[in-house]
Design a protein around this ligand. Structure first.
Ligand code: GLC
Length: 550
């Protein structure tokens, strides 16, 4: 059963599920809700606390479900509303939570509102979307899907006017200046919350409102609306969360938590959590160059957030590795380093999975996860990354990182008894014959077991969820070192991000006489004097508990 802790998300392990690719229960080649329900014990074994489900609603799937045609139902491929309720009940029975995706910014062009809206200029639904007789409005707004969309406006022949869309042209933006739209979206939120879910990952939130002369992102009107959404959750569904997807710089993200910037004990009143986008590409850059400078720099420039809020940190998700929050120079560098083939690039990012990005080098994959599970924030694991799944850059859009979960070495990978909706990974390195859950569960040395160990160790040390974080300034740029601390204790994380052995000297006068113990291996190290010198092998990492004095 669920424990009644309203701050549960501060130290939760999140897991992102792409329903279509997770487990097919009815033999149609597409993953579904009952399939996921049969895999809850697996997620429990891994140590997952909260599952984030990608959009599961009826949709033409032009953007894999982020183009919603009907907010009140489940896509027939995935099952029924009853199946969803069963999933929620079964997850709760195992002490796990479920957050769904809330797509506020836009609908599909197949949604009944848009079908009506485009019929005529005086249709009662016209004002549900953003129409204009010119495409020269809001010209300061950037285009997000740069590979496919020439403009944020598309001309609709029927009425000779343009409609506004921040993503694909088949995803018209809703008009939040229309109070009816603003209200209807709250009704939708309540409809799903009433089924007992634990909150939402709120999609693409910076773009809800448009104002001339701005870049149409992070506007005050947007924050005001999101605060209203939060009030509904607080009043009617206490203990549930809003996790915001705002791909922004940390200082632009800070307002999404709300509260009082001068007083962190004042509760945040907007999002409980937000993804920390900018740190992610910097971890990859640091690993390639053996230089931690950019991680330190972005964490330095990350503002403090209210005590009741939390970052969500991730290494990969269902999208491309976004390079929006890096400089143009770094974007070129990252493409050169990580996307040598054209097909690997998409929009302003890289469509590859974690293991291939890290050369399938177990040491690199481990050290990246050692950082993920110890940085400030709650970590999220993208399905399949716990076993080191590969990708297929030849598939459409981002489907190459959304291929069927590899459960077993059997044909169909234990995912489906039918031909899967997308080809399973079948190459020598990452093929399901070699990389699959069953094989890794049976092998105590597997990545799966290491991930399970990271998660269990993190949970045994709540400092990693709750503690503040102080980065140590060390001369050796290849080594990342930081202290996590609460009133109850301190931990020291040290990671070598280079492919060479490194020595590092840390200044730790306040810990003189302490014997650091690596909580991942149980091994005790030398007593700390004012200075502490450590040798690390290539990509080696330590999670030291600093409470031991013997
Ligand atoms: C978010 C989703 C992405 C989707 C976009 C438009 O960024 O993560 O997959 O394409 O929103 O809804």
């Amino acid at each position: 059963m669920l424990k009644n802790n309203p701050l549960w998300y501060k130290n939760a392990i999140f897991y992102e599920v792409h329903l279509r690719s997770f487990c097919d229960s009815n033999g149609d080649g597409k993953g579904d809700l009952p399939g996921l329900t049969t895999k809850l014990d697996y997620l429990k074994e891994l140590g997952v606390d909260c599952i984030w489900l990608l959009p599961m609603f009826p949709s033409p799937l032009n953007d894999d479900g982020y183009d919603i045609a009907d907010y009140d139902n489940i896509h027939p491929d995935y099952g029924t509303v009853e199946d969803f309720k069963t999933l929620v009940a079964e997850a709760h029975a195992r002490g796990m939570r479920i957050v769904a995706d809330l797509v506020l910014n836009h609908t599909s062009d197949q949604h009944a509102w848009f079908v009506e809206s485009r019929k005529s200029k005086d249709n009662p639904y016209r004002d549900y979307y953003v129409w204009s007789d010119t495409d020269q409005k809001y010209t300061d707004a950037r285009i997000i899907f740069v590979d496919t969309e020439p403009s944020n406006w598309t001309l609709d022949e029927a009425t000779g006017e343009y409609y506004w869309h921040r993503f694909y042209a088949s995803q018209p933006d809703l008009n939040y200046d229309n109070p009816e739209v603003a209200d209807k979206m709250i009704d939708i939120l309540k409809y799903w919350m009433d089924m007992g879910i634990d909150g939402f990952r709120a999609d693409a939130v910076p773009y809800l409102f448009e104002r001339e002369g701005t870049n149409c992102e992070n506007l005050p009107e947007t924050h005001a609306y999101l605060k209203r959404v939060r009030r509904v959750l607080d009043q009617d569904y206490p203990g549930t969360i809003l996790l915001g997807e705002a791909n922004q710089w940390p200082w632009d993200l800070r307002p999404y938590f709300g509260g009082d910037e001068a007083d962190l004990t004042a509760p945040g009143d907007e999002f409980h959590m937000a993804f920390h986008f900018p740190v992610m590409p910097r971890i990859y850059k640091a690993l390639k160059l053996g230089d931690t400078t950019d991680i330190l720099d972005i964490m330095d420039r990350t503002p403090s957030i209210p005590d009741n809020c939390q970052w969500c940190v991730f290494l990969r998700n269902h999208d491309e590795v976004t390079l929006e929050m890096v400089t143009e120079e770094d974007r070129q560098l990252m493409w050169k380093l990580y996307a040598p083939e054209d097909r690997m690039r998409l929009n302003l990012g890289i469509r590859r999975r974690l293991a291939p990005l890290l050369d399938n080098d177990r040491r690199k994959i481990e050290v990246a996860n050692a950082i993920l599970f110890s940085l400030p924030g709650a970590p999220i694991v993208y399905y399949g990354d716990e076993i080191g799944m590969g990708d297929n850059i030849w598939l459409f859009d981002r489907n190459g990182v959304r291929t069927p979960m590899q459960w077993t070495a059997e044909p169909g990978t234990g995912f489906s008894s039918a031909e899967p909706w997308a080809p399973v990974i079948d190459d020598d390195t990452y093929g399901y014959q070699k990389i699959n859950v069953a094989a890794q569960q049976a092998d105590p040395e597997s990545l799966f077991h290491t991930m399970k160990h990271f998660i269990a160790t993190r949970k045994a040390h709540p400092i990693l969820g709750w503690g503040r974080c102080d980065f140590l300034r060390v001369e050796n740029k290849a080594v990342l070192a930081y202290l996590r601390r609460t009133g109850e204790g301190q931990m020291l994380i040290v990671c070598n991000l280079s492919d060479q052995p490194q020595e590092v000297t840390l200044s730790l006068p306040e810990f003189r006489g302490v014997t650091p113990q690596d909580v991942l291996t149980g091994q005790a190290h030398n007593i700390i004097s004012d200075e502490y010198t450590l040798s690390l092998g290539a990509y080696q990492y330590y999670w030291f508990d600093l409470s031991g004095t013997t």
